[in-house]
Design a protein around this ligand. Structure first.
Ligand SMILES: CC(C)(COP(=O)(O)OP(=O)(O)OC[C@H]1O[C@@H](n2cnc3c(N)ncnc32)[C@H](O)[C@@H]1OP(=O)(O)O)[C@@H](O)C(=O)NCCC(=O)NCCS
Length: 151
């Protein structure tokens, strides 16, 4: 696949366990104290060959510069089957170069192949990067409302 920047060539492929250390160097949750076990669990859960789950990375030459994780979920909360994007990140020094768009497009292709016609995600209210990105992909507020309380 080609990038927006014609001089840089990116490749999208399924994640391997050996990609996890590179992902942890730029995943912002890791910088805030998340740990390798979290990523091992994510890989164990989403990195296999299951038909409803996908963990992709973007590489520039030998370097991992982005990742995305998604899954088709059936009938939760009374919803028709749909694709959920759970995690997405791009290395800070290569942002705004179209990498997340390529990962998102590849994930949407996977969802369509799996037979669903809707993609969803959940974004922290104050995360402006994610709001701008998902808006740029045409995503808008949906019919569900998240509720919560302290326990
Ligand atoms: C959100 C994120 C994945 C976007 O990755 P990216 O590769 O830079 O995105 P793209 O280059 O594909 O952007 C596509 C469009 O999204 C919009 N966009 C993306 N990031 C934006 C930003 N910071 N500000 C404004 N618009 C933005 C733009 O419209 C852009 O199109 P343009 O370049 O033609 O203007 C990346 O900024 C990121 O990883 N952020 C940190 C995420 C985070 O907070 N993680 C921790 C919590 S889970």
């Amino acid at each position: 696949m080609s990038s927006k920047n014609a001089q840089v060539s990116y490749g999208i492929r399924k994640a391997k366990e050996s990609d996890l250390p590179a992902i942890m160097t730029f995943d912002e949750r890791s910088n805030k104290g998340s740990n390798p076990r979290y990523w091992q669990e994510m890989f164990a859960r989403y990195g296999d060959e299951e038909s409803k789950q996908l963990f992709l990375v973007c590489e520039e030459g030998p370097e991992i510069v982005g990742f995305i994780i998604g899954e088709v979920r059936d009938w939760e909360f009374g919803s028709h089957p749909c694709g959920w994007i759970f995690a997405l990140g791009v290395r800070p020094d290569v942002r705004l170069g179209g990498i997340a768009t390529q990962l998102y497009d590849a994930m949407c292709d996977f969802f369509k192949t799996a037979g669903v016609t809707k993609v969803r995600t959940m974004v922290y209210r104050k995360n402006h990067d994610f709001h701008s990105f998902f808006r740029s992909q045409g995503m808008m507020a949906g019919p569900f409302v998240q509720l919560e309380r302290d326990l």
